[in-house]
Design a protein around this ligand. Structure first.
Ligand SMILES: Nc1nc2c(c(=O)[nH]1)N[C@H]1C(S)=C(S)[C@@H](COP(=O)(O)O)O[C@H]1N2
Ligand SMILES: [Mo]
Length: 295
């Protein structure tokens, strides 16, 4: 599909024109139409487009932070389709451009905290996962949502290495998936999502560690049981299913009390906030749960 056809689809889904809130001088121009959601945006200064697109974790393209930018050109994010399956009245396989037309795009400026204790502030463009999922009329048996990344070693050469089990998989509890902060992302800085950030469609759950934000999604399934998740399979004592940002629960090999803000100078560390600063919005989801056990 041509770039023009893709853009036409994106524009058809756009809300009334609004001034982009975040713009980077170094961002290329492949613009989306979207409206800033102020209610769900932080006022901290966003990282540069360069930071967000050159310091990445995307093991399908290598394990160094600079590998995804160098290698992700082999990914072909258009055309793309996404299968919605499992415990729902409506299921099927959908063209990405048709998914885009379903709802207007929003810009959300979110804090982003990797489990490795670095962080950024990122102006994502996307739409709430919850409003998307509701269309499929999940049944009462749908207790979790399971996500799967593309498996194609031709496009994703890292999938030939056994460093992780492929394809990358992730999951959320149903109420986490339905929470208004949970976002399906198609762009950043007002531009179509670059390959290294998980084109064409990735998840962002801003109160959880970055590894929950599965990239290049091809399947979304409503399931009854808690689904397996890639980093939990790799090291269950280090990475739990919930992975809520929590400065009081250290990783076995390092502290989670502070974080290094990328672009902020190597020695400048700042306090990590409970639920990455989104505690007012999400603490209620975990009331009564032992956050040390369900980490
Ligand atoms: N498919 C896939 N998704 C993934 C990863 C990955 O290796 N493969 N890495 C995760 C991790 S550890 C982080 S911190 C974020 C990084 O997102 P970014 O590179 O856009 O900042 O993506 C997450 N999603
Ligand atoms: Mo991460």
């Amino acid at each position: 599909m041509s770039r023009r056809a893709w853009l036409a689809g994106a524009l058809a889904g756009g809300a009334a024109a609004a001034l982009p809130a975040a713009r980077a001088a170094d961002a290329p121009s492949q613009g989306l139409k979207y409206t800033l959601n102020r209610q769900y945006s932080v006022t901290e200064k966003p990282n540069s487009f360069e930071d967000i697109t050159s310091y990445n974790n995307f093991y399908e393209f290598g394990t160094d932070k600079s590998d995804p930018k160098a290698n992700a050109h082999t990914l072909r994010p258009r055309p793309w389709s996404v299968t919605v399956a499992g415990e729902a009245e409506v299921t099927g396989t959908y063209h990405f451009e048709d998914i885009l037309k379903l709802q207007p795009l929003e810009e959300r400026i979110y804090r982003f905290r990797c489990v490795e204790a670095w962080s950024m502030v990122i102006p994502w463009v996307g739409f709430p996962l919850g409003t998307f999922l509701q269309r499929f009329k999940p049944t009462s048996r749908a207790k979790y949502v399971a996500f799967t990344t593309l498996f194609d070693p031709q496009q994703m050469p890292g999938e030939r290495d056994s460093i992780l089990e492929w394809p990358y998989v992730e999951g959320l509890r149903m109420d986490e998936a339905m929470h208004p902060l949970t976002l399906l992302v198609v762009g950043l800085y007002g531009q179509v999502l670059p390959n290294q950030d998980g084109a064409p469609l990735r998840l962002i759950v801003p109160w959880k560690y970055g590894f929950k934000g599965i990239k290049s999604i091809v399947k979304i399934a409503f399931v009854e049981r808690q689904p397996p998740t890639t980093w939990n399979i790799a090291a269950p004592n280090e990475y739990g299913f919930y992975a809520n940002v929590n400065p009081h629960v250290d990783h076995p090999r390092w502290s989670q009390a502070t974080e290094r803000r990328i672009g902020g100078g190597f020695f400048s560390r700042q306090a990590t906030l409970m639920f990455n600063g989104y505690d007012k919005e999400v603490a209620g989801l975990y009331r009564g749960m032992d956050l040390r056990r369900y980490f």
